[in-house]
Design a protein. Structure first.
Length: 202
C-alpha cells in the first residue's frame, strides 16, 4: 500500500506542471467571455505561465540543493494553491494573470523535484526505471488535461478546474512530505549536474 502511495504521489507530482498548463486550453472562448476579455488575452496567460515556470526552475534547482526537497515543496505548495484560488475568483484577465503567475511559481518546484525525488525513494537503479515511465505519463497528461478540463467545465463551469488541481496538489505534496526525510540532492549520493541532465535523457 505504501509503495502504491509513492507511485501515485510521484505521478501527481510529475504531471502537476503539465496539467496546470493545459487544463483550460479548450475553454479559452468561455473564459474570455466570463472575464470580459478576448481569446488572445487568455492565450497570453499560457505564455506567462510557461515563461515564469521556466525561469523559476533555475532558482528551484539551487533551492533543492541547498535546503532540501521537503522544504522547497512546503514553500511551493501555498504559492500554487493561492494561485489556483485567485484564478478561481478572477473577474478580469489581469487578476487571472496574477493567479497564473503564482501557479507557475508554485509548480516549478514539483517539475524539478520529481526526478531526484524518484531516485531518493526507489534508489538509483529502480528510480531511473520508474522515471522513464513517469516521463511517458507526463506527456500523456498534456493530451488528457484539456479533455478532462472540458468535461468538468461542461457540468460545473471552468472555474472548478482550478479547485480540483489545487486539492490534487495539496494531497500529493502532503503525502510526500510525510514520507520523506529532510533530504537534499547532495544526500542522494548522485551529483546534481547528473540529476538535472538526466531529466532530459531518461
Amino acid at each position: 500500500m505504501r509503495q502504491l502511495v509513492k507511485y501515485l504521489s510521484l505521478i501527481q507530482l510529475s504531471t502537476l506542471g503539465m496539467v496546470s498548463s493545459d487544463i483550460y486550453l479548450s475553454l479559452l472562448p468561455a473564459m474570455a467571455h466570463d472575464l470580459g476579455s478576448n481569446i488572445n488575452a487568455m492565450q497570453f496567460s499560457i505564455s506567462i505561465y510557461i515563461l515564469i515556470i521556466g525561469i523559476s526552475q533555475f532558482f528551484v534547482g539551487y533551492g533543492l540543493d541547498r535546503y532540501g526537497i521537503k522544504r522547497i515543496l512546503i514553500l511551493s505548495a501555498p504559492l500554487y494553491v493561492l494561485g489556483c484560488v485567485i484564478c478561481y475568483l478572477s473577474e478580469s484577465s489581469q487578476s487571472f494573470y496574477w493567479g497564473r503567475s503564482l501557479q507557475a511559481l508554485g509548480a516549478a518546484a514539483p517539475l524539478v523535484a520529481w526526478q531526484p525525488l524518484t531516485i531518493e525513494l526507489f534508489g538509483e537503479k529502480e528510480g531511473r526505471s520508474v522515471g522513464t515511465y513517469l516521463f511517458i505519463i507526463m506527456f500523456l497528461s498534456l493530451g488528457v488535461a484539456p479533455f478532462f478540463g472540458a468535461i468538468v467545465a461542461q457540468h460545473y463551469g471552468w472555474r472548478l478546474n482550478f479547485i480540483i488541481i489545487a486539492v490534487n496538489a495539496v494531497i500529493c505534496i502532503v503525502s510526500l512530505i510525510f514520507s520523506l526525510p529532510s533530504v537534499t540532492l547532495k544526500n542522494t549520493g548522485i551529483p546534481q549536474q547528473i540529476l538535472f541532465k538526466d531529466m532530459f535523457l531518461l
